[in-house]
Design a protein around this ligand. Sequence first.
Ligand code: UDP
Length: 346
Amino acid sequence: MENSKYILVTGGAGYIGSHTVVELVNAGFEPVILDDFRNAKSFIIENIQTILGRKIELINAACQDENNLRTIFQKYKFQGVIHFAADKAVGESVKNPLKYYDNNLSGLVSILKMMEEFKTPSLVFSSSCSVYGNPSLPEGVHGVDETIKELDPESPYANTKLICEQIVQDWIASNPNSNATLLRYFNPIGAHKSGLIGELPQGIPNNLLPYITQTAVGIRKSLTVFGNDYSTADGTCIRDYIHVTDLAVAHVKAIDWLWNQNVGTVEIFNVGTGKGSSVLEVIDIFEKTTNQKLNWEFGPRREGDVQEIFANPAKIESNFGWKAQFDVEEAILDAWNWEIKRPKDA
Ligand code: UDP
């Protein structure tokens, strides 16, 4: 079959989606963005186009609008779909689980129905390391790998990611035309080098990096570090922070890899750096690399937080020939550059 180069990117105006669109074009693909802007801003599309110096196809619609999807799938013969579009706030999912089960599951199912109807070869699904929950690793084992069987998602959001993984597995098993990767992201941070696209939290940020940068520019008074009594070296939680551009490039590699796999293949890959940083280490790096003083204080633990998780990225590195290129210092500097530049009323 001819390689069509058209890739449907659902949620392509969002944080990871927008960076992936840029890297797809850099690699010679033709992304088509599907986004209904419920959680994204339209200036991001303009800025993607400024970075690339060309227009990008945009469809303003929800994944669940199947009649509309059918028209899009008819128009472009997609080589693949990268499915980002989903709700992602862990805390909100605890308060409003039905919103998450409804949107995250139904969006995926609609996309898969179209892929089946139009025999689209490849799916890259946006999953999350939150499916692991609080992994208990055997003595001496470094980083969580994809073979761990005891998955224990801690929130409705994480449950939706695990259920979606299972939906994709079941669908691929029944479908003679497609293959798929399930990418389990660790903690994406940073922004495009241009400072034109980056993370745009709605309201008070849930994630650590936007909370830090918003505090440093004076939008927030002080960062609360959630918990100082974990069993880690400094008592704060450990995460694997990965530059969003590295994560975006992993999606391009996934599309390339799938092109060379048989139909019926479905593989899970961790996308992380393999290195953990504590909350206090992140604050320290932020202060040193940006020369800013950060107001912060300790507060109680946040419900649902896992103590320590970082990737064993060996599988993605050997299969995709991909490795994170940026360290946490550079990612934090790029997050800061974006915070300074981004429109504050967005
Ligand atoms: N965190 C924090 N204060 C904040 C936001 C996050 O101390 O205002 C901590 C959080 O407890 C976790 C780490 O930073 O240990 C990363 O949190 P984030 O929400 O960014 O990612 P996730 O918990 O989903 O891994």
